[in-house]
Design a protein around this ligand. Structure first.
Ligand SMILES: Nc1ncnc2c1ncn2[C@@H]1O[C@H](COP(=O)(O)OP(=O)(O)OP(=O)(O)O)[C@@H](O)[C@H]1O
Ligand SMILES: [Mg+2]
Length: 235
């Protein structure tokens, strides 16, 4: 799915928190969004996910506004994953249930993805009792279990140990290569952006300060603000 944004503005009270002239998200690519706290990254992604309305200029999906069909192709994982107060299995099965998969298909898909994310041993545990990192893995498994076309991830590895970060990065990369899934990933992990992303969007004060091929933006930023931000990270 292609996503196009033109003259998007999101205002809270008298503060414009996202203000983007133009941005195209091409099918099958991985986009990284980086930038300081409060830059508007999560707000932008929540608008793309259809969870928030822009004040002006909502995104266009495959030439149309978001509708009940296109919203089913998009999956979003929040910065603070919210799991239901039931078992890990039921949490991961949920997107399949609402999409009316039959019981056998649900069981197979949930079991397979629990293996992929190495959370099979947590199958019967109450999801609200998981550790931070476990919750994030289960939330990501739930986001991917129905094979979405667009994956929106808000800091998916923020609480995750290095081994599990590698596992999650491989999973994202494999889905992108094998299934052509489009990914938009917010991260404060610059190495991760370099490893995973085709393009990087650097946001600051609601605007796109710099945009381009991931390697170019990260290794050779043009804007002084991007340079400063990245130099602090490499200290
Ligand atoms: N519902 C809201 N009402 C008022 N202000 C809001 C609301 N949601 C977000 N904001 C403000 O909008 C700005 C952008 O927030 P956002 O969560 O998009 O930032 P972010 O780039 O994701 O930051 P972080 O790296 O800390 O996650 C912040 O200043 C935030 O306080
Ligand atoms: Mg955020």
């Amino acid at each position: 799915m292609d996503i196009k944004i033109d003259n998007l503005n999101k205002v809270y009270g008298d503060k414009s928190v996202v203000n983007i002239d133009s941005l195209s998200i091409d099918k099958g690519k991985i986009y990284g969004i980086i930038g300081p706290n409060g830059a508007g990254k999560s707000t932008l992604v929540r608008i793309i996910a259809g969870l928030e309305e822009a004040t002006m200029g909502n995104p266009i999906y495959n030439g149309r506004s978001l509708d009940t069909k296109s919203i089913r192709d998009i999956t979003y994982m929040s910065q603070r994953p919210y799991l239901f107060r039931t078992s890990v299995f039921n949490n991961i099965a949920y997107p399949l249930k609402i999409r009316k998969y039959d019981k056998k298909a649900i069981e197979k898909k949930v079991i397979d993805i629990m293996k992929e994310f190495k959370v099979s041993h947590l199958e019967g545990q109450l999801a609200t009792s998981l550790s931070g990192g476990e919750s994030q893995k289960v939330a990501l498994a739930r986001a991917l279990v129905f094979e979405p076309k667009v994956l929106l991830l808000d800091e998916p590895t923020a609480n995750i140990d290095p081994n599990s970060i590698e596992l999650i990065e491989k999973t994202i990369s494999r889905r992108n290569k094998e299934k052509g899934i489009t990914v938009i990933l917010i991260t404060h992990n610059i190495g991760q952006a370099k490893r995973l992303c085709d393009k990087v969007i650097f946001m600051r004060k609601g605007k796109i300060d710099e945009y381009g091929d991931a390697e170019k933006v990260i290794l050779n930023p043009k804007q002084s603000t991007t340079k400063k931000f990245l130099s602090i990270y490499s200290m």
